[in-house]
Design a protein around this ligand. Structure first.
Ligand SMILES: Nc1nc2c(ncn2[C@@H]2O[C@H](COP(=O)(O)OP(=O)(O)OP(=O)(O)O)[C@@H](O)[C@H]2O)c(=O)[nH]1
Ligand SMILES: [K+]
Ligand SMILES: [Mg+2]
Length: 370
């Protein structure tokens, strides 16, 4: 074990021993910032370490990318094959899959790319077991399916910690925090809305990064961890859900025990599935689809009628520019204006530009130069 990891473990043990109260909050903030800095250093070091990235660069395709994350042999490849008809190798031994295997699933008009990756192991964030490459793929996901099986349901927390250490924040919007360094005047804190963070905590956290002068602006609340994340940077915020596979192997009572164990441990309701028997596959697809957030837009040729039969499926929050890109690679550069009918505009047929945000069921007409 490297010196860095020893230091991290010692600090984590101290953090665990320290009760949280008003008197210790400053100290706790400093400990957490120290740990985060060391982890970031360890991860950066691991990511830089040489090691072939072969087979790990998969081009994103379709409307969104789902990554299947789990310990070895929980059934990631079996699930990919079931959902997409791909033939990723399945085996009763760990590390059957050694590269990224892509598949594509059509669901309710959306084309969803699914990536099967090698099993993650404890220490992956620090580069163990090709962790560098595997984590890199996970960080690029639009949504993560955390796959456990009935034999390791109790390890949900270990997997989540690994993702956390790799800078992946799950089911959490990015906190609205700006840290602007200044040349003097110390650390000043401006909060919009209520903030449960004392200026002394902010100062001791920033001091760990040698930031002595800064304007810190927080909108909508933040915890110590949020502030540390904003200070260190390189965090990704990705929606995820948990599925427990191989439930065909245990009786209903054991299933219920596992389900409850996960809810107790991490407060999340898992989906109980069987990639073999196909149990709850539609529920899993729905969960992916809903979490990704899709909507429909109807296209109308400039002087024709809208095609109300076949909507275009796009991610919620898409702009006219996003839609142009999806339709044709020249549409953005040839774009003149668009007309929209529906809930995103005040007047039917209103003229809008590329940044305009579309709402579900809008009708859109794009006018381009020839
Ligand atoms: N009974 C049962 N077995 C399953 C199920 N899904 C997968 N398996 C078995 O579990 C073993 C591992 O499956 P894989 O799909 O190779 O698992 P993986 O997570 O891709 O494994 P690695 O690539 O090695 O990390 C195989 O023997 C599968 O047949 C399931 O739903 N039920
Ligand atoms: K396997
Ligand atoms: Mg596999």
């Amino acid at each position: 074990m490297s010196g860095l990891e020893d230091q991290i473990q010692e600090l984590e043990a101290e953090l665990e021993r320290t009760p949280y109260n008003k008197a210790t909050s400053k100290h706790i903030g400093r400990l957490k910032a120290k740990i985060a800095k060391l982890k970031d250093e360890a991860v950066t070091r691991a990511m830089k370490a040489s090691g072939g990235g072969e087979g790990f660069s998969v081009k994103k395709s379709g409307d969104a990318t789902v990554v299947l994350v789990g310990f070895p042999s929980v059934g990631k490849s079996t699930l990919l094959n079931k959902l997409t008809g791909t033939k990723s190798e399945v085996g009763a031994y760990a590390f059957t899959t050694l590269t990224v295997v892509p598949g594509s699933m059509d669901y309710k008009g959306a084309k969803i790319q699914i990536l099967d990756i090698p099993g993650l192991i404890a220490g992956a964030a620090m580069g163990r077991g090709r962790g560098k490459e595997v984590i890199g793929v996970v960080r690029s996901a639009d949504i993560i399916v955390i796959l456990l099986d009935v034999f390791n349901g109790a390890h949900a927390g270990v997997l989540l910690k690994e993702l956390y250490d790799a800078g992946i924040r799950i089911n959490k919007p990015k906190p609205d925090i700006t840290i602007k360094r200044t040349s003097n005047g110390g650390v000043l804190l401006h909060a919009v809305g209520t903030l449960d963070l004392e200026i002394e905590e902010v100062r001791s956290i920033l001091a760990e990064n040698k930031i002595m002068n800064a304007d810190v602006l927080v909108r909508g609340g933040a915890t110590q961890d949020d502030l540390i994340d904003a200070m260190i940077g390189s965090r990704v915020y990705i929606p995820a859900f948990i599925a427990v596979n191989k439930v065909d192997l245990v009786d209903a009572e054991t299933q219920e025990e596992i389900r409850r164990g996960i809810v107790d441990e991490i407060g999340v309701e898992p989906l109980m599935i069987s990639a073999h028997s196909g149990l709850h596959m539609d529920e899993l697809k729905d969960e992916v689809y809903n979490k990704l957030g899709f909507m429909r837009v109807f296209l109308k040729p400039q002087n024709g009628v809208a095609d109300l039969e076949e909507p275009l499926i796009i991610r919620t929050g898409s702009t006219v520019a996003d839609i142009c890109r999806k339709l044709h690679r020249d549409f953005v550069s040839r774009f003149r204006y668009a007309r929209v009918w529906g809930r995103s505009v005040k007047h039917p047929g209103q003229r809008v530009g590329l940044p305009h945000q579309i709402i579900d069921s809008d009708i859109l007409s794009i006018i381009t130069e020839h």
